[in-house]
Unconditional design. Structure first.
Lengths: 167, 167, 167
């Protein structure tokens, strides 16, 4: 692969520690299966997109998940929880390399980060489900930092069945 | 999985960077096989428990490892080292999402974190051994921050044979 | 394994956040396949060595990759890119536990860190490629922090075919 990384910009008015805390809370909420706490990390009109890297590179609009508001995202979560009723999956999101790559001068920061998702299905081994990058927009709200946009780009060309997981 | 994540509290009198350093030293000591340095990160009467998630959720008291002091933990390590004499394992602990979830006002902080354990057995591939969360108590001592309590909850319902690894 | 971990030293004149940012940029550049951005994180006469743990422990001089300057490293990257023309690999470097272990009083800091490399080959699952530790030298330059030396020690006794990946 030969591409171009988004260059780092200054944190600006944002505190690195607080931004990282947002990601840490994000992973913790998802892995505890606390969907209410997870949804609370998005603003009302946040966009949330999950897309394979190949589609991004080819400029294809097709996404695995595309929600244009927190309400849509909440509906999607309900659907997922219902689907997974029979086979429980425990997830573990490992998020690293949180980097400021745009904005930062006002109340809006663009960030990228790496994620690794592990999954344990009851009675089976823990295994790597997927890895990828986040392409996000973090904003300042009265309640603290929140995601105004999140695009999870996973390292794959195919859409595996179990990509039903939230990234 | 549908649960409840422990909510973040302020770092209080603790410095986020120092707490994270404690975890980094913890992983580095374990992965170098430096058990003396690892034991030194616990206070004398620290408790150390390794338990599968299923047991925690069902309220079962059974734990894979339960030590009520650093002395017991040292004995346990000796036993493990002896057992592993024939098949050497190299471990790699990836610890992320260190979060303050209680205390922080005095010399005691409750933290959670995510861990991922990889293992390489000589001549074989590196593979994921397990993942999970730490539920810890960090205290201030004259020698710096130390663990007064650590509970490693791994994402599994079964106790794999090789969970002889230290988490 | 029973070894000795390199003890932590103070960050000294270095800022923990900036050093971590160097590693985050390193991982992001490699995983975007942006080799120019990656090479830019080394000084001109930087050394870059990739070596299996077993060789380090036995004191064997043999390394998988050994470059004594950024120029040599650039040549090596060109060779790799050519080799990988047919089977594209997407990598994901997870770097944690960045620790200061020497220097720090002037413009030179010795650091260690843990890495985990995941690889996705087009159309296949994401899998763990290897894990290990970095043994690095970070220096202050007019352009910011850079690597003057990097030794990637991977947890293996054998040299897998695909260790053609950059660590």
């Amino acid at each position: 692969m030969s591409g171009k990384v988004r260059a780092r910009v200054p944190w600006g008015t944002f505190d690195a520690e607080e931004v990282r805390a947002l990601y840490d809370d994000y992973a913790a909420a998802l892995d505890a299966g606390d969907h209410a706490a997870w949804l609370d990390l998005f603003i009302d009109d946040a966009s949330y997109v999950v897309v394979p890297l190949e589609n991004v590179e080819r400029g294809l609009p097709l996404a695995t998940i595309r929600c244009e508001s927190r309400g849509m995202l909440a509906d999607r979560v309900d659907a997922l929880v219902t689907t997974q009723f029979l086979a429980r999956r425990i997830t573990r999101h490992v998020i690293t390399a949180v980097r400021p790559v745009g904005g930062g001068t006002g109340d809006r920061l663009e960030t990228t980060a790496s994620f690794l998702l592990l999954e344990t299905i009851e009675g089976a081994d823990t295994r790597v489900q997927c890895a990828g990058t986040y392409d996000d927009i973090v904003v300042v709200t009265a309640a603290g930092l929140r995601f105004a946009g999140k695009r999870a780009i996973y390292d794959a060309g195919l859409v595996p069945t179990s990509m039903a997981a939230l990234l």
